[in-house]
Design a protein around this ligand. Structure first.
Ligand code: FES
Length: 349
């Protein structure tokens, strides 16, 4: 099920002093597997110091570009991001899982008016979405609100400039800096006032079809709430968390006993007993079962499976809708079993 393929790095370019763009050219035989929608991510697996590390990175390139580019920002203590920024070079081969994710823009044959709010490295999937929106129809427009601490932290600045040049009357950029005051830029973080300025003032006549938000949870909640207060229906707001708030797993403390688990992955059935205090995915990996996962933090959606018997409850969920939960879907990296038996099917999602 963990469908990794060897992909060769065909370019590495420095985006900022602490971020790189890594591109892969997809060989002919993998073109179908690696076709993607704007906004999706790939999972990269790498053994570093004897330990397998998996990380999900959003694709910044547009689906029509023929390549997959991801932006990787170095985070202190980030095992893979430090490796990517300091060691990865052209010609290296990495293990990459085909694109996934539900934060997508699918082009249609009519003009769309879309706004994107991004903070820091949250710009990565928004780049792909912006380009796709603008390419998809001659009258489509895209408003990008992009927040950073200062101009030297802006990722994809050349690519953003290229969009400005190519789509002079259809691509609009509002930069926001929290540490430096710059001409024509808003000062501060992306706040309720920023959102209101964009939708009620600067672009008050634009009838936005969709909003795409990507960045830290705090920003996403704030932008989403402000848009809804301004009358935007929830269905028009799409978001992708880039960092998730730490959730303390208090549920585990109150769970006693064991659960007999049956797992179906890739038409194979596995059974074992697990402690209810453990998370389903952790128990599955401990049994060396090759189940899909990436972030292990309830952010990426790789680990979704369906409960077909018994009950499991998630510590945290910002991905599945109430309807999907009612249908039995769970993020296995966030779910504890609650019943003496539990059947989980990774194939039926
Ligand atoms: S592994 Fe990413 S949501 Fe579970």
């Amino acid at each position: 099920m963990s469908d990794f393929h060897s992909l060769k790095v065909t370019s590495v370019h420095q985006l900022t002093p602490s971020a790189v763009a890594i591109s892969f050219t997809i060989p002919e035989n993998l073109k179908d597997a690696f076709s993607f929608s704007a906004g999706q991510y790939i999972t990269i697996s790498k053994e570093i110091n004897g330990v397998e590390v998996r990380r999900a990175y959003s694709i910044s390139s547009a689906p029509g570009s023929g390549k997959i580019t991801v932006g990787v920002k170095k985070v202190s203590e980030g095992i893979f991001s430090v490796y990517a920024n300091e060691k990865i070079k052209v010609g290296d081969v990495l293990q990459v899982m085909p694109p996934e994710g539900r934060f997508v823009f699918e082009p249609v044959n009519t003009a769309k008016h879309v706004a994107g709010f991004a903070a820091g490295s949250g710009i990565t999937p928004i780049m792909s979405i912006a380009e796709t929106v603008l390419e998809s129809h001659l009258n489509s427009t895209f408003v990008l609100v992009y927040g950073n601490q200062s101009p030297d932290e802006v990722m994809f600045s050349k690519e953003i400039e290229a969009l400005q040049k190519k789509y002079t009357n259809r691509f609009f950029l509002q930069k926001v800096y929290s540490r430096t005051k710059e001409e024509e830029c808003l000062f501060g973080r992306i706040e309720a006032s920023t959102v209101n300025y964009i939708v009620k003032n600067k672009f008050k006549d634009a009838k936005f079809d969709a909003f795409y938000l990507c960045g830290p949870e705090e920003m996403i909640n704030l932008v989403s709430d402000t848009l809804q207060e301004a009358g935007t229906p929830k269905e028009k707001i799409h978001f992708e968390l880039f960092t998730s708030s730490e959730t303390v797993d208090t549920m585990a403390e109150s769970l006693d006993g064991k659960t007999q688990v049956e797992i179906i992955v890739d038409d194979e059935t596995f059974t074992f007993s697990m402690d209810k205090k453990m998370l389903v995915l952790d128990a599955v990996l401990k049994e060396n079962i090759d189940a899909p996962y990436s972030c292990q933090g309830g952010v990426c959606s790789s680990c979704i499976a369906r409960v077909t018997e018994g009950k499991a409850e998630m510590v945290k969920n910002q991905i599945l809708t109430d309807g999907e939960i009612a249908e039995g879907l769970i993020l296995t990296c966030q779910a504890h079993p609650l019943t003496p038996t539990l059947k989980v099917n990774y194939d039926d999602v």
